[in-house]
Write a protein that binds this ligand. Structure first.
Ligand code: CP
Length: 314
């Protein structure tokens, strides 16, 4: 398909499974324009001034929630924030009733984070609004993967053939699932690395290579993304690895690795467990692009909101 024939026809952003390589590259391309706006003295455009968006968060968040809200406000949208802990959910109201009542207030788009996989898909059956998945259980976190790929493109503009290592708690991570789907569509080579106990049972179905050796992985890769050890999703961690200290010894990225392997950059979706996935000095080093990821998150979410609101190429 030539670039002139391509049309972005997505109504929702439920996961990267439903997005083609062309869709992903298109969102990333649009995000460049919004990233440039963020550096202007007045980082605002009136693109969504006729839109009303609800941020429906059933799970805690700092980066995703605030960057979606900033993205919406910088594009002039009317924004309402729903927090399950202070809502009528606490009185037993169902998810379906909640979203249908909110929809009756005339909203155009819903950003949803929920601990249950599939909730964003379910919402598409309940209301007409465009649905954006801000993380559903251990299933997908598409805007995180898009901002990760955008950040990787700033280092290596063409990700085809680039060597990306994703290290840590693979089995509980929605970030790794969305990144594997997106990166492999863009032609990157992906290795996932971590203890056997933190690999999912379906690891061979993921279409990527698996390593249990951190040093070999870091010597190989162009970019290493460490994942948070998700203590809240693991239940009894003592069944998965002996101690956090031992995990850090075997799979934590340390200053000695930066010296031994001078080329790779470090990413982390956050929040970081300092001293577990990354030695604290590594997180603060100039090899880490972790705060760039956060800035880029606003631009990528502006692009996704713009395109799903029916916008054309900017
Ligand atoms: N990366 C990420 O999803 O962070 P939050 O949980 O703070 O949104």
């Amino acid at each position: 398909m030539s670039a002139s024939e391509y049309q972005f026809n997505q109504k929702h952003l439920l996961g990267l499974t439903d997005y083609s390589k062309e869709d992903i590259l298109y969102v990333l391309d649009q995000a460049k324009y919004f990233r440039e706006i963020l550096d202007r003295p007045v980082p605002k455009v009136p693109t969504l001034r006729d839109k009303t968006i609800v941020n429906l968060f059933y799970e805690n968040s700092t980066r995703t929630r605030l960057s979606f809200e900033l993205a919406q406000k910088r594009m002039g949208a009317d924004v309402v924030n729903f927090s399950a802990s202070t809502s009528s959910t606490k009185k037993g109201e169902s998810l379906k009733d909640t979203i249908q009542n909110i929809s009756s207030m005339k909203i155009d788009m819903v950003v949803v984070r929920h601990e249950s996989p599939g909730v964003p898909h379910f919402l598409t059956k309940c209301v007409d609004a465009a649905i954006l998945n801000a993380g559903d259980g251990a299933h997908e976190h598409p805007t995180q993967a898009l901002l990760d790929m955008f950040t990787m493109q700033q280092i290596h503009p063409d990700l085809s053939g680039k060597k990306i290592a994703i290290i840590g708690d693979i089995s509980h991570s929605r970030v790794v699932r969305s990144n594997i789907i997106g990166l492999t569509k863009l032609g990157a080579k992906v290795v996932i690395c971590g203890p056997k106990t933190l690999m999912p049972v379906f690891v061979s179905d993921l279409g990527v290579s698996v390593s249990h050796n951190l040093e070999e992985t870091l010597a190989w890769c162009d970019i290493a993304m460490a994942l948070r050890i998700q203590l809240e999703r693991q239940g009894n961690t003592t069944e998965l690895f002996p101690t956090l200290r031992e995990y850090h010894e075997r799979f934590g990225i340390k200053l000695k690795h930066l010296e031994a392997y001078p080329d790779f950059k470090i990413m982390h979706p956050g929040p970081i467990n300092r001293g577990v996935e990354l030695e604290s000095e590594v997180a603060d080093s100039d090899r880490a692009v972790i705060l760039n990821q956060v800035t880029n998150g606003v631009a990528v979410r502006m692009a996704a909101l713009y395109l799903l609101s029916g916008g054309n190429r900017v």
